[in-house]
Design a protein around this ligand. Structure first.
Ligand SMILES: [Zn+2]
Length: 312
């Protein structure tokens, strides 16, 4: 048994994970980052100890605790280098945790951790190399090689959301213009959906949002595209085109065995993956060689806890 912690800006989710990657007990509490890291560390330990007790186990039955953090972490030193949403800079999280629970503590970026879970137990099971790209509010990513997270020499790789795709004039949260995130996040679909609804109030996108332009979601745009709404189809086709450019870049860099798509937009399933594969095939460098299979993530939100638990 191992403990996996999915530490988010809003919620702390903790799970007891067995050797087959199943979550056998779980608990959560609100993060409330304003209270500082000491209180958060104590909460993580409290939940973990409660789960161990509830499962009739003791700490000695647990191999390790892994924590997925919303930022950059140095697992060897046990330090969270930076976590913007938690207002953390150089936080000695492992040391703080061990005041309450005597276990080896590992940590890594939350997207890397989710990538590890998918590579070992999810859509990438059995593969030697995989890249996950999460299409959510932002675009997250992780690279797994031989069952291990590759996070670079300075612990922040990969940041595929911030590879520059083109000059779309949209400024990313990172300050640059034209990052993959500004093309391929759920936020990008919402932004384009709103623009289209302003110009063409008869679009189904607006109808699906009950006529309220401010409540347009990425799903509204996708659902309208499925109904052959002209505006939504144009937005979605562009979305696929630019995501494919990003994926071809990733293939050119890493040539992974599998590319896994996670996050809310990936829930579109084959409606996204079929045209995406076609677009990638048209733009791939070596057309005569095999290349990465593109698949939908399988573990959903549980990937955070499961991946953290198997950190080592
Ligand atoms: Zn960026």
């Amino acid at each position: 048994m191992r403990i996996g912690v999915d530490l988010g800006g809003t919620n702390i989710a903790v799970g007891l994970v067995d050797e087959e990657g199943r979550i056998v007990a779980r608990g959560s509490r609100p993060t409330k980052p304003e209270r500082g890291y000491e209180a958060i560390a104590k909460d993580i330990a409290d939940i973990a100890l409660e789960l161990i007790k509830r499962s009739n186990l003791s700490v000695s039955d647990i191999k390790s605790m892994g924590i997925g953090v919303p930022g950059v972490a140095d697992s060897e030193k046990g330090i969270v280098i930076r976590a913007v949403n938690l207002f953390w800079i150089k936080i000695p999280l492992a040391k703080e945790m061990r005041k309450y629970i005597d276990l080896p503590i590992y940590m890594d970026n939350d997207a890397n951790v989710a990538a590890l879970a998918e590579a070992v137990y999810g859509a990438g099971k059995g593969s030697k190399s995989s890249v996950i790209i999460t299409l959510g509010t932002g675009v997250g990513s992780g690279f797994i090689l031989d069952g291990k997270i590759y996070n670079g020499a300075h612990h922040f790789a990969p940041e595929l959301g911030h590879i520059v795709i083109g000059d779309n004039g949209i400024r990313c949260n990172c300050g640059k213009i034209g990052c993959l995130e500004t093309y391929a996040s759920a936020t990008a679909l919402i932004r384009e959906g709103k623009k289209a609804a302003e110009k063409n109030p008869d679009t189904l996108i607006l109808k699906f949002a009950n006529g309220d332009i401010n409540s347009i979601t990425a799903k509204n745009v996708i659902d309208a595209a499925k109904q052959y709404d002209e505006q939504a189809m144009r937005i979605f086709n562009d979305y696929v085109k630019y995501l494919a450019i990003g994926i071809v870049n990733v293939i050119n860099m890493f040539d992974p065995e599998v590319i896994i798509l996670g996050g809310g937009v990936a829930n579109a399933g084959d409606f996204l993956i079929k045209p995406l594969k076609k677009e990638v095939a048209e733009n791939i460098l070596f057309k005569e060689l095999p290349y990465a299979d593109i698949r939908k993530a399988e573990l959903g939100n549980d990937a955070g806890i499961i991946g953290a638990a198997i950190l080592s």
